[in-house]
Design a binder for this molecule. Sequence first.
Ligand code: SF4
Length: 487
Amino acid sequence: MQLLLQGHSFRYECENLCRVFFPYSHVRVVEAVAPGDGPWAYAAVESRNGACAYTARVSNGQRTVEKTRGQAALEEYAMVELLYQAFLELTGQAPAWGMLTGIHPVKLLRQYVEELGEAGGLEKFRARCHVSEGRAQLAMGTLRSQGPVTAALEEDGWALYVSIPFCPTRCAYCSFISQDVQHAKKLMAPYFALLVQELEKTAAVTSSLGLRLVSVYVGGGTPTTLSDRQLAELCGHIHRLFDFSHCLEFTVEAGRPDTITLEKLEALKAGGVTRISINPQTLSDQVLQNIGRRHTAQDVREAFRLAHTVGFRDINADLIVGLPGDSLAGFQDTLEGVLGLGASNVTVHSLALKRGARIEAEGGLSLHREAQETAAMMEYAISRLYGEGYAPYYLYRQTRMAGNLENTGWAKPGSLCRYNIYTMDECLSVVACGAGAVTKLKDPYSGRIERIFNFKYPYEYISRHGEILDRKDGVTGLYEQFRQRLH
Ligand code: SF4
């Protein structure tokens, strides 16, 4: 899609809005629109007699819609809203999240609620951002669930994230850096040894700062690609190195059922893990095959049975709407199956779409149908999960999500995973270890987040590990600055 901008610097938001309405198009900012080259958009502001004249003109290649408006000030919101209205008229489709393109809509709602109270904030969120009633209520439900967790935050609290970036095979839709074990097997032992060193350094840094650990999350990848012995060792090291007296939860993403064994679950339980994930994505064997997973729905059921036998009660199940070859009826069966397995948390993701030959070749009509079906799956999930007593507690969006929807974590009362709120809401410092991990430190004075990045891939993590350890000293430096500003 061609995008022509004139008289303003609102490129980022205009580009994102183009992707909301044309998620499969590559948006190119151009100097002049070349006619006959597919969809295009023109967003311009012109100064006339001391006022600003806004123009939004959009086309799908066959039909063109133009909107204009005048106002005194040059304002990003005015330009983007006008462009939104032009797209809305052109496509006849109102996106569920309106003109919001950010990944944290609940943060925006919180800001409005703090400013205007619950009713006023919700109304502003709905009206100003053109958010649908259903999504506004979903965001408000999420905000309410987060209330007790965010109210209990303390300045010196922190969460530990540990990354195990290996998976048994690579899923077809994966955009994560995870390495499949066939290719990366020889890296796993050195990776593990160096990870322990990074944990040791992290423990030294956080204890010298007097920070209090409130949550541990081991994610991936698939942490259960480690052996039962390695998992026991990892839990042992974490307990040896960190003070658990204020820790409220210890989560391990067991992840893919084909990596879960009784011995591994027993090692996790004995290692003090309080919650795990078992991630089916779907309970359709055909869809599992379509996405490159080498396990069956029966493996999922067996993993749940083993987890219950071992004594895990807080179990999250990740599902995805919009998987290739899935249907509304298929998704309904999956959700019913997962509810029957007794998951205390269900996270419903929308597939993040890559621009792919298959999808583009199918053309617009099929895309429209696909988006509608995905939206119907999500509506079904929302109403069934509410009906079964789950509440939404964290929510985020990505660009190019199927049906332009969201990912939402749902939990039964008393079973939510605090770490998901800390990291999505960026309301607590997270110190992260391992390849691809990002430490995010919250400055209690300004509320800003300072980031420290680890190397992305295991081979870099191994070959440049000295630098990773040095970067952990940055945690001390940043906390010292935070404290100086605060006192
Ligand atoms: S399990 Fe997750 S991280 Fe691993 S390949 Fe599949 S989508 Fe990627």
